[in-house]
Ligand binder design. Sequence first.
Ligand SMILES: *Cc1c(COP(=O)(O)O)cnc(C)c1O
Length: 425
Amino acid sequence: MSSINQKDNQFVWHPFTHLSSAENAIHIVKGEGAYFYDVDGNKLLDGISSWWVNLHGHCHPYISQKVNEQLHTLEHTIFSGFTHTPAVTLAERLIWHLPKNQSKIFYSDNGSTAVEVALKMTLQYFHNQGITKKKFIAFENAYHGDTFGSMSVGARNVFNNAFENLLFDVIHIPLPTSDNIDELNDTLEVWFNNHKDIAGFIFEPLVQGAAGMLMYEDKHLDELMSICKKHQVICIADEVMTGFGRTGRFFASEYLTQQPDIICLSKGLTGGYMPLGVTSCAQFIYDAYLSDDKTKTFFHGHSYTANATACSAGLASLDLMEKEETIEQILMISQSNHDFVLKHKSHKALKDCRSKGTILALEINTEEHTHYLNKASESIATYFLKKHIIVRPLGNILYLIPPYCITNQELKDVYAVIEGFLEQL
Ligand SMILES: *Cc1c(COP(=O)(O)O)cnc(C)c1O
């Protein structure tokens, strides 16, 4: 064992890692484009953009340069009573890309805090008007982060068993399908008429990431949102995973006719360079905080709110996102995924095969049911690692969410490995 691995075992506690069965962590020494290099000189393709954050690959020279310049100008400042150009420019440019009703950007540190801010912003929006509304609706299997509020709106599962009695009550509804949408619409109508205490509806638009890349239709979400809006229930789109081109459009919300009232962003926001979260909101939400009464202030903020270095990474990542080449790459990946699904949908080793934009998911047939702790996870990851591809299956769900710099040939090579994997099952 290398000395770094020894010290890693001695001093470090890794996230989402089963301590007694985990193999030594792979020691990465360099990143370049879609690849990592490990300490033994292996070149590994990052098939999952490092937990879905690295949009443009690793150590992109342009982002690195912009961050470097920022580091030599202004690395950070308190953001209450002070401001700086990167935060303002990033806010302006995000608002330009977001649905038309979005008008203000609130910064935080990561996806979980972006969700916490959304929940608190919603509750206090009503509180400031003297209205008591305390409940949220969320989807079954939802994942919104690991802090208490975001765990509460998430599914009750193995991730949060230990904290279950401390999580606040949430109404979880099934993902809409053609079969249940009418019933769901009716249920919501009845609830909203009988329970005036429902404040918000939070959802991962079109793709539920951590749940296993579960996909559902925009038109169904539109129907649910329109009922919420009719009853003044705040619609919160958690685009932490789906944002920045992942579903084929800039934001998944672009597929919708209805506009979310609040949108959460993180992950791809800085192209995987720096932790940063954003919660955007419509003007009417902001207006409920605009008052001579000081108790109506939104008392929320993090020490690192709107960190200038992180904002500069966000700006550089946006520059790349807006390039014609990137848009073409997103289309290329989306089309390739789509073709892959058509070709393999009925493969005998698969329960399902689906894609939305740059996200491809394969639900592998196993004796165990589909579940995050499905034992297939490790053997799938090991198989791909031997072929120098990094994946991190969600149980028996193998997925790809590659950096946009992956070439058509590299993508084909990965598909070929997947095909080989399916054949040997
Ligand atoms: C990852 C994720 C989060 C949490 O983000 P962190 O930065 O890991 O705290 C929230 N919502 C969704 C949809 C996510 O995929």
